[in-house]
Design a protein around this ligand. Structure first.
Ligand SMILES: CC(C)(COP(=O)(O)OP(=O)(O)OC[C@H]1O[C@@H](n2cnc3c(N)ncnc32)[C@H](O)[C@@H]1OP(=O)(O)O)[C@@H](O)C(=O)NCCC(=O)NCCS
Length: 157
């Protein structure tokens, strides 16, 4: 069977209930906010836009990332999750790669940034596989900050 096509689609009134129903595994609940929380958070963060991660027509995950520069040339990925039923199939990695592809042509994007709780080794490995590096910086709560750098010379051609 062909592998499904992974796309990012905006959360709207039509698909928000499907989004809220997605959950990571029980043991991952401390790693990411619930999608309901993230949708409320997104209303306050004017630069970020919530997207469903779709495998063909099925929503399998959620990602919240900046669609406009936040500050200092940084675009942040604020949330990422894949529902427990669909993990381990490459969907998370595909979503991150698509975000990189979307943002890398923005002339005001110097870095894509993300943070995760220190013991989230799966997220750490996933982001590094996609080209992110640890910055050596931490959030106030101790979360590790990683960045994907877009060199100035990568723009404009
Ligand atoms: C992190 C998360 C989004 C990854 O999504 P996913 O679709 O399951 O991941 P993928 O199938 O794309 O895997 C990509 C890489 O992640 C790692 N990985 C994924 N699941 C893993 C697991 N259960 N154990 C170890 N490594 C794992 C692997 O390195 C994998 O690469 P490989 O296939 O070459 O080994 C998902 O595990 C999740 O929702 N976790 C809970 C929420 C969370 O931690 N979010 C991140 C907050 S910053």
């Amino acid at each position: 069977m062909d592998s499904p096509k992974i796309t990012l689609q905006r959360i709207t009134r039509e698909n928000e209930l499907a989004c809220i129903a997605l959950r990571p595994r029980e043991d991952q609940l401390s790693l990411v906010a619930s999608n309901a929380d993230s949708l409320v958070h997104a209303l306050k963060e004017v630069t970020s836009i919530p997207h469903g991660i779709y495998a063909d027509d099925l929503m399998v995950g959620f990602v919240l990332f900046d669609n406009e520069v936040y500050s200092d040339g940084y675009y942040w990925i604020l949330r990422l999750m894949i529902d427990e039923k669909y993990q381990g199939r490459g969907y998370g990695r595909s979503a991150i790669k698509q975000i990189i592809n979307k943002l890398k042509n923005r002339t005001d994007c110097r870095q894509i940034r993300v943070s995760h709780v220190p013991h989230n080794t799966v997220a750490n490995r996933l982001y590094k596989q996609c080209g992110f590096r640890e910055t050596g910086e931490f959030e106030d709560n101790g979360d590790i900050i990683l960045s994907y750098s877009l060199g100035a010379n990568e723009h404009g051609h």
